[in-house]
Every structure is written in structure tokens, then in C-alpha cells.
Design a protein around this ligand. Structure first.
Ligand SMILES: Cc1cc2nc3c(=O)[nH]c(=O)nc-3n(C[C@H](O)[C@H](O)[C@H](O)COP(=O)(O)OP(=O)(O)OC[C@H]3O[C@@H](n4cnc5c(N)ncnc54)[C@H](O)[C@@H]3O)c2cc1C
Length: 383
């Protein structure tokens, strides 16, 4: 499979790289320190046609495929993982769920609000007692005439505090596990819906991560995405794309930590010469860059497979391998970068400690490593 990019994609990489370096990178430390969602950066990315590029062209987006989305996400993640998470969550929870499961009528109503009314969306799956085991969720959507009454609590929802639309997954039939879950779009002004506590995260701060609370929240039947009982199938399909985007974010942060520590080591004098002149340090860098390039290959190969719809039965395995491997590499490389800066790396005077904290978040989000390994192993056993 070719990992080539077309001319348009090469141009996109150049322009996102430039805007991320100029407009996002200088804000990364402040977003982390203040833990405030950067609305101005969301506006900027929207104006530049990046934030909503996955929206179909007929609604004013670019209809970008996963390879193109990955290019943008990688460059943004090099500047700030919090901002690339904003981009990724809007793409997944705000756009791809609707693209995958919305009717024409729902898309006509929804996408203009994303594009023209500048609304943000997010993905609401996790609950305090159901994370990896999605099918054990308890949030209940009970039919009541032309409405569903929704009760339950979701947690760790990125963009929860700023989104206006929530792609919600809830149980419509408690007798069934996987086929008892349905998907909905919930609007922020829904009676009975409220935003719960703000989560005080270790990293990826400034992503407005909150709890969501549903107390007899009344959601019209027309806001259900797909038939009743199809929610699990929808979320699993969207997770395949989300995992690739998360994996590419991991490559972005790893590359950034590599670049920073490499430049630092070239300048840092120890025992009378630059650190990079010691073979032990050279070997560390050799390992770091090899892992990053290997991760990049698997991620873009998977992205191409999704766009080309080639070997669809292998996509869940490849998406899980991409997510597992790249986030592991990001953790290893960012930790190594801190080590290379020594005590300086352990302070907030340098960005590598933030990168290390940020990298841990993507290793957990959308299924921690053990869950990815379960998916890989199950797929192997089935094939
Ligand atoms: C930065 C960040 C952003 C997030 N954003 C969102 C969001 O926008 N929307 C959303 O819905 N959720 C979000 N989440 C939640 C995230 O998806 C869950 O935290 C994740 O799926 C794990 O669920 P859990 O926390 O309940 O852990 P648990 O399911 O309790 O798992 C705990 C540990 O046990 C391991 N484990 C579980 N089962 C098994 C098993 N059978 N075999 C071996 N090991 C196992 C897991 O690998 C994990 O390491 C976010 C989380 C983070 C950290």
C-alpha cells in the first residue's frame, strides 16, 4: 500500500504547520497552565477551514478523508496536544458520527449549525462505571411518545463544557447488551440536561472536559441517529477512525518532544562537549526517531485503508495497532525527552514535561492499551 500524499495534501501540511507554529505553539503553555478552553483558537481554525474540514462539501466543509484529517491533526499536535484534541473531538463527535448515521434531514438541520452558527460537538460515551466495557453503560433512554426520557451521567467528556451538541450513546433496551444501545444528538438547551463538574486533568488541559448529567432530559425521537439498537455499531465504526486520529496526535507530540530534546542536546555541554557527541545519547535519539517513523508508517497505512475501504475486515485490527503502538511510542519518546533534559526537563521552563503528561491522555482515551491489544488478538483469532 502506498503511503504517498497528493499535492493538495502536501500543501495542506505546509499551511497547517505554519499556522500551528505561529498561532498555536506560542499559546500551548498558557492553555495548559490556565486550563481554559481557547475559544479564539477554535474560531481561528474554523476561519481557516480546518476545524470543520470533515463536513461534506455540499454543507460548506471540505469532505476530507482520514488521511487528510491525519495530516492536519499531526501538525496541530506538534504545537499543542490540547488543541489537536479539540480538532479531533469536533471531527469525531461533532461531524463523523452524523456523517455515519444521520439521515439527509438530520444532516440538513445539523451541519449548517456547525458551519454557519459555529457550534461545537462532542462524543459522550464514558460513564463513571463504564469505560472500556462500553456495553455496560447505564444511561437510560426510555421512550415516551415522540420523545425519549434520558437519565444518567457521562464523565470525562472532552469539550463537554463548550459543546452545543452531544453525540450521546444510551441504553434503549436493558435486556440486550450491545444491541440495546442507541445513538442520539442532544442539544445543550434540552430541559433536564446539565453540565456537571469540570475534570481536573493531568494533561491535555484546556479541553473543557466535564461530566454530563441527564435528569429526565427530553430528547425528540427525530434526534435519534440510526435505528434503535444500532448505537454500539455506530460507536465502534467511529472509534476506528477516532483511534487513527489519536494515533497521529501521538506521532505529532512525539516528534515535537524529539525535536526539542535533540536541539537542546546539541547545545548542552556536559564533560566539556555537547551531549549529542556521546554515543549513549546518540543511541537514545536513534531509537526515538526509529519508533516515531515506524508509528507514522502504521498510522498512515491504516488511514489509507480506511479512505480506500480496502480490506475492511482488517480495519479494526489496524486502527487498534496504530493507536496502541503510536501512543506507546509517544509515552516512551516524551519520557526519554524529559530524561535528556535532566532536571531542566522536569520543570515547566521547558515544554517536554507537558508533552509527557499530554501523551498519557491519548494512551487512555478511546480504549487504553490493554483494550487495543484485546481487539488485535480477537481479530487475529477470528481471521
Ligand atoms: C484525555 C481523555 C479524554 C477523554 N475524552 C473522552 C470523551 O470525549 N468522551 C468519552 O466518552 N470518554 C472520554 N474519555 C474516557 C476514556 O475513553 C475512558 O477513560 C477509557 O475508555 C477507559 O475507561 P475507564 O477510565 O473507565 O477505565 P476502565 O475501563 O476502568 O479500565 C481501567 C484499566 O483496566 C484495563 N482493563 C479494563 N478491562 C480489561 C480487560 N478485560 N483486560 C485487561 N485490562 C483491562 C484498561 O486497559 C485500563 O488500563 C477520555 C479519557 C481521557 C483520559
Amino acid at each position: 500500500m502506498s503511503l504517498e500524499f497528493n499535492e493538495e495534501q502536501d500543501l495542506l501540511r505546509k499551511s497547517v504547520k505554519k499556522m500551528a507554529k505561529e498561532r498555536i505553539g506560542p499559546r500551548a503553555a498558557e492553555i495548559d497552565a490556565k486550563d481554559e478552553f481557547p475559544l479564539d483558537i477554535a474560531d481561528f481554525l474554523r476561519e481557516q477551514g480546518i476545524l470543520n474540514m470533515a463536513v461534506p462539501e455540499e454543507y460548506g466543509g471540505s469532505g476530507s478523508g482520514i488521511v487528510t484529517l491525519c495530516i492536519a491533526a499531526e501538525e496541530i499536535a506538534k504545537a499543542s496536544l490540547s488543541v489537536s484534541t479539540m480538532f479531533m473531538v469536533q471531527t469525531i463527535g461533532g461531524i463523523l458520527v452524523m456523517k455515519a448515521a444521520g439521515t439527509e434531514e438530520q444532516k440538513d438541520w445539523y451541519f449548517p449549525q456547525i458551519i454557519k452558527d459555529k457550534k461545537l460537538g462532542c462524543l459522550s460515551v464514558t460513564e463513571p462505571e463504564a469505560g472500556s466495557d462500553v456495553a455496560s453503560m447505564k444511561t437510560r433512554a426510555k421512550r415516551n411518545g415522540a420523545y425519549y426520557l434520558i437519565n444518567g451521567t457521562k464523565c470525562f467528556i472532552s469539550l463537554g463544557g463548550v459543546a452545543e451538541f452531544f453525540s450521546l450513546f444510551a441504553v434503549t433496551n436493558p435486556e440486550d447488551r450491545h444491541s440495546g444501545i442507541s445513538a442520539f444528538i442532544v442539544e445543550k438547551n434540552t430541559p433536564g440536561f446539565s453540565i456537571g463538574k469540570h475534570e481536573n486533568e493531568m494533561g491535555q488541559r484546556g479541553t473543557a472536559m466535564t461530566e454530563l448529567i441527564f435528569e429526565d432530559a427530553s430528547v425528540p425521537e427525530r434526534n435519534r441517529l440510526g435505528p434503535e439498537g444500532q448505537g454500539f455499531r455506530i460507536v465502534v465504526g467511529v472509534f476506528n477512525q477516532a483511534r487513527v486520529l489519536m494515533a497521529v496526535e501521538a506521532i505529532g507530540v512525539a516528534q515535537s518532544a524529539f525535536d526539542y530534546s535533540f536541539n537542546y542536546a546539541k547545545e548542552r555541554i556536559c564533560f566539556g562537549k555537547p551531549l549529542t557527541e556521546f554515543q549513549g545519547i546518540q543511541f537514545q535519539f536513534a531509537e526515538m526517531i526509529t519508533k516515531i517513523e515506524a508509528a507514522r508508517c502504521i498510522v498512515y497505512k491504516t488511514a489509507h485503508m480506511i479512505d480506500k475501504e480496502s480490506e475492511p475486515e482488517k480495519i479494526p485490527r489496524f486502527a487498534a495497532m496504530a493507536k496502541y503502538f503510536s501512543t506507546k511510542v509517544a509515552m516512551e519518546v516524551t519520557t526519554e525527552a524529559v530524561e535528556i533534559l535532566g532536571g531542566h526537563g522536569y520543570t515547566k521552563d521547558h515544554p517536554v514535561e507537558r508533552m509527557m503528561r499530554d501523551a498519557k491522555g491519548i494512551q487512555i482515551y478511546e480504549g487504553p492499551s490493554n483494550i487495543q491489544k484485546m481487539i488485535i488478538a480477537r481479530s487475529l483469532l477470528k481471521s
